[in-house]
Design a binder for this molecule. Structure first.
Ligand code: NAG
Ligand code: NAG
Ligand code: NAG
Ligand code: NAG
Length: 355
């Protein structure tokens, strides 16, 4: 009992003593999590800061970076030292390279040939020798909360397409789409391609840093919305090269919704038995649910009908046309003419199959 009290007392003093000393400042900046792909590499962007670093560096002979897997306590019997830059000691991995320069407070590290069992939390430890400074970043102390969790996946995440919601855009307006795919291994970034590309589209693709310094390939597409793009499903495909028989391909989609006044308004003529014919007013518009059709006899101001289809008998010799209207505008069809002989002279709709 007495022994325990003394231990606690010493322990508290030890911690406070260190916390109050400027010497104890030791922190690092690295992403909280990175998602790696099996068979590929993963880069951990990392920078650290310790108090009086320049001074310590001058007094030291060498400076080592160490990555501990799972255990933050370096001395723990369970501690797994995955990497020690001093003699390039690598355990449990095929290869690890510290690409950052420790003298510049850069602890950026690349882990190669990732396997499922590499999923874990990793702690960075710095050793400035001989015995100038040694500490592992401990997530339980307030000022050194940074460790990195490597999440390993067998297949990549689908790329992120923005905007993610179906967008309603006016015809002729400019549309910007972006597609981003994580590039955990910057030397093997995913390749991004698009399909169903609108005619006026221009595309730029680049590798970009995210706020946590991990990288993604971003592809931007800009185009002017045309009514022919309405309901077009644009696909962004990311292909990840990796050291496996097959590359991995993932994709994201977006459905375009272009708003436009009636287009391609025309009349479909359906001859029927006897002396009757049916005229159907056909039009493309968006939205189309509020489409209003109006029929006119050429030379007569007042409409003859307010509906999509009209029936005529072949004795009603005249020219007829229809108009289609939604909230964005109105369009007239060309005339069809019912002649004395009872025949229509013009068939205006090109594709007659689809009503
Ligand atoms: C890293 O390697 C150096 C040199 O071999 C050694 O002195 C040091 O103890 C090692 N650090 C760890 C945490 O294993
Ligand atoms: C993961 O598995 C491989 C192959 O089974 C093994 O060689 C390696 O040491 C393991 N790595 C870790 C960190 O457990
Ligand atoms: C750290 O080193 C990596 C690898 O050399 C480099 O890409 C990165 O820009 C460096 N970071 C800083 C903050 O200098
Ligand atoms: C022709 O149309 C008229 C009026 O719309 C209708 O009364 C008549 O039954 C139709 N005749 C045939 C053969 O469909």
């Amino acid at each position: 009992m007495a022994g325990n009290q003394i231990t606690s007392f010493i322990f508290i003093n030890f911690v406070l003593g260190q916390a109050h000393s400027a010497d104890y400042i030791y922190s690092a900046v690295m992403p909280q999590t990175v998602t790696a792909l099996t068979g590929s590499c993963v880069q951990i962007p990392c920078t650290f800061s310790i108090s009086n670093f320049e001074d310590k560096r001058k007094r030291a002979k060498s400076i080592y970076g160490i990555w501990l897997k799972n255990q933050s306590q370096y001395a723990s019997k369970d501690s797994f030292i995955a990497f020690n830059s001093s003699e390039n000691i690598i355990r449990g991995f095929k290869d690890i390279k510290m690409t950052g320069d420790l003298n510049e407070r850069n602890c950026t590290t690349v882990f190669y040939n990732i396997m499922m069992n590499h999923s874990d939390r990793y702690y960075f430890r710095l050793e400035i020798e001989p015995v100038v400074f040694r500490a592992t970043l401990d997530p339980n102390t307030a000022d050194s909360s940074k460790t990195v969790k490597i999440i390993v996946r067998d297949s990549p995440q689908p790329p992120e397409l923005k905007p993610s919601e179906p967008q309603y855009v006016m015809e002729e307006s400019t549309v910007n789409l972006s597609c981003s795919a994580e590039a955990p291994c910057p030397t093997q970034p995913p390749n991004i391609s698009w399909s169903n590309i609108p005619e006026s589209a221009s595309i730029t693709t680049q590798l970009q840093d995210k706020p946590d310094k991990t990288q993604s390939v971003f592809s931007y597409m800009t185009f002017k919305a045309s009514y022919t793009d309405h309901k077009k499903k644009i696909t962004c495909t990311a292909t990840y090269p990796r050291n496996m028989p097959n590359d991995s391909t993932v994709e994201g989609n977006i459905m375009l919704r272009v708003l436009f006044p009636p287009k391609e308004t025309c009349i479909i003529i359906t001859p029927s038995v006897g002396t009757n014919v049916t005229l159907t007013c056909k039009s493309k518009a968006s939205p189309s649910n509020d489409l209003k059709y109006t029929w006119y006899k050429r030379g007569q101001e007042t409409p003859i009908a307010w509906k999509k289809k009209i029936n005529l008998t072949k004795t009603q010799t005249a020219s007829y046309f229809c108009t289609a209207q939604n909230k964005h505008g109105k369009q007239s069809s060309e005339d069809v003419q019912l002649t004395d002989e009872g025949e229509f002279t013009q068939f205006k709709c090109k594709a007659q199959g689809h009503l």
